[in-house]
Design a protein around this ligand. Structure first.
Ligand code: PRT
Ligand code: MG
Length: 215
């Protein structure tokens, strides 16, 4: 049996067409069902539904043989022992810095200055500002990051942006793009040895689906 870890929402939505073109159909609609383990049209493949940020843990610890996770999650998490064979090119977005429109970001990030940054991505934010020589006071949040600059909790946020609609609705401006993000296929290294042939075939099917995708 091969176990694939996916998260509900954009990762699952964007993975479904890829699975389909790899010849795998879910036997139940995940949005209708409350089940966390879903069978597929292939009797040797099942899907487990986990939180987006839990996908690397499941795959690292062997709770799943492979999974789909955002690059943001993989870089923020310790990805030791994960084989990362493919950029799936789905769930695309960017990791950016945003501030209030009246905040002078250019001055705040001069060498040796200090900035208060609220984010879920403390590791990535710390690395980004350290590379600039900027002292950063990090405030770890788990959601609604946009609120932090509006309430005076922080000067800036580091968060994912796709359409920019959320920033705009909260009168924030994207002042710096840190990196482009997309979802990656990750595979448990031990599983790759034990279930070599079926996993190779599945990875190849995913690779075929990547090239088949419209840009
Ligand atoms: O929701 P949960 O806490 O379970 O986990 P999660 O929020 O990490 O999961 P999910 O499903 O929201 O995101 C899964 C993955 O999708 C992320 O790890 C990213 O790799 C990718 N992705 C792509 C995004 C976005 N686009 C995105 N726009 N993840 C989140 N967003 C959020 C962003 O944080 C912000 O709140 O959408 C908002 C901005 O969107 P725009 O379109 O208004 O700019
Ligand atoms: Mg979410």
């Amino acid at each position: 049996m091969i176990t694939l870890a996916l998260s509900k929402g954009r990762i699952l939505d964007d993975s479904m067409p890829m699975l389909r073109s790899a010849g795998i159909e879910l036997l139940e609609d995940p949005e209708q069902s409350r089940k966390l383990i879903l069978g597929t049209s292939r009797s040797d493949v099942r899907v487990v539904l986990v939180r987006a940020s839990d996908v690397p843990t499941y795959v690292q610890q062997g709770g799943a043989d492979l999974g789909v996770a955002g690059l943001d999650v993989l870089l923020e998490h310790d990805s030791h022992g994960l084989y990362r064979p493919l950029d799936l090119g789905i769930a695309r977005c960017r990791l950016s810095v945003a501030t209030r429109a009246d905040f002078d970001y250019a001055s705040a990030v001069r060498q040796g200055s200090r900035i208060r940054v609220a984010t879920k991505y403390t590791r990535l934010a710390r690395e980004h500002f350290a590379a600039k020589g900027v002292h950063v006071d990090l405030i770890k949040l788990y959601g609604s990051m946009e609120l932090a600059p509006l309430t005076g909790l922080a000067d800036a946020i580091v968060d994912l942006v796709s359409t920019g609609g959320t920033l705009k609705a909260n009168k924030l401006v994207e002042v710096e793009r840190i990196m482009d993000i997309s979802a990656r296929l990750v595979v448990n290294q031990a599983a790759l040895k034990v279930k070599r042939e079926p996993l190779r075939a599945l990875i190849e099917a995913f690779a075929g689906a990547v090239t088949a995708q419209p840009a």
